[in-house]
Design a protein around this ligand. Structure first.
Ligand SMILES: [Zn+2]
Length: 377
């Protein structure tokens, strides 16, 4: 009697112990799952990607591959394959998602390799569907026909170090083909500004509002204004921001910053040639009216609509104010700024102003109550 009780009690203990162990195991599994990075959602590709023929590459590649497999064969099956010295261990791109229009000039993601001093930096570029978007050996992507495909960049020394850009090719939007649609809305907006306001000052042809330099379609800079590059505070703040971003796995770099009066003149006239004056005025400044001439502006990573909505653009939007920068041409503010949304164009205004303006949710023009309209020709 006593024995059987003991036995059943022991049985219960064992059962309990098993249950606890099972629960623990399930918990650990759950934790492991959560700590693993979520797999990037793969887009639905309309057509199955054709198998990409092996690119004719240097003999070094095949030897590298051979070394890897040989090492893997002799090593424990669970051990990571041994890479030849100097191999790339990680690869990231400046953007992972791009919308291109037919006839666009090509786009080219910037590649970041880890370690930076890897000896073999060769990249291989492939398109899952070259009939939609083609890529050349330097990584330049060009739109071929409407659709969606994946452009993959991998390291030749270590093909497992790779990253992909999802490319969507769309037909040319209406606004670019219908001249009537491209009339800048800035000509019709009704911001009224009292030019006699005491907080606007013009010193040496440069306009300041409450001490902040303003450059837009109303307030140009003198041709001679030339800081020769980013002003030191702006440069320092940007490198701080870059560091903070990269600690979060976001890679930012300056695509272009300072432009002189004359380099802007050349850029603008190219755009006018392509899109006409009305078209060009929506996204490019006339010489003298470019904020890039201030030396306080950076176009980050990739200036162009393809950058909108990327993780890098989102990070910039959420964090650049902490380093004294603002998204200068925010969404839906074309009426006040005179420019379409530009997620990549950031302006240094110093930390206090950046916080104030960002918190207000206003564009710089709205915040300071200044217009941005080209003088009538
Ligand atoms: Zn810009």
């Amino acid at each position: 009697m006593g024995k059987s009780k003991k036995r059943s009690a022991r049985g219960l203990y064992v059962l309990l112990l098993l249950a606890v162990l099972l629960l623990l195991g399930a918990g650990v599994m759950l934790l492991l799952r959560q700590t693993q990075p979520a797999p990037a959602p793969l887009p639905v590709v309309e057509t199955a990607p054709p198998s990409i023929p092996a690119v004719t590459t240097a003999a070094a590649e095949t030897t590298a591959a051979a070394v890897t497999t040989a090492a893997a064969d002799t090593a424990d099956t669970t051990a990571a394959p041994v890479l030849p010295p100097g191999s790339v261990t990680g690869l990231r791109l400046s953007f992972y998602h791009a919308v291109m229009y037919l006839g666009d000039p090509g786009i080219m993601p910037v590649v970041f390799l880890e370690p930076e001093d890897a000896a073999d930096k060769r990249e291989r570029w492939e398109s899952s569907d070259p009939s939609v978007a083609a890529v050349d050996e330097s990584g330049k992507i060009t739109a071929v026909s409407e659709g969606r495909c994946i452009i993959r960049c991998s390291s030749v020394s270590n093909p497992s170090a790779a990253a992909e850009v999802i490319v969507t090719v769309e037909p040319v939007p209406e606004m670019r083909t219908t001249p009537a649609m491209s009339t800048p809305s800035s000509t019709t907006h009704t911001v009224t500004v009292d030019e006699t306001r005491k907080d606007i000052s013009v010193i040496g042809g440069i306009t300041y509002v409450q001490g902040v330099m303003i450059v837009n379609k109303t307030y140009p800079l003198p041709e001679s204004y030339n800081p020769g590059g980013l002003i030191p505070e702006a440069a320092e703040a940007f490198s701080e921001m870059r560091e903070a971003a990269s600690a979060e796995g976001i890679y930012l770099f300056s695509h272009s910053d300072f432009r002189s009066h004359w380099s802007q003149a050349a850029i603008y006239s190219n755009y006018v040639y392509r899109d006409g004056i009305d078209g060009a005025d929506r996204y490019s400044a006339r010489a003298g009216y470019s904020e890039h001439q201030t030396g306080m502006v950076i176009d980050v990573n990739w200036p162009g609509e393809a950058f909108n909505g990327t993780a890098e653009a989102d990070w910039l939007e959420q964090n650049c104010w902490k380093y004294g920068y603002i998204i200068r041409y925010p969404r839906d503010k074309e009426d006040s700024t005179g420019y379409k949304y530009e997620s990549w164009h950031i302006r240094y205004v110093g930390r206090e102003w950046a916080r104030e303006i960002t918190e207000s949710g206003l564009s710089m023009e709205e915040y300071f109550n200044v217009p941005s309209v080209y003088p009538a020709a």
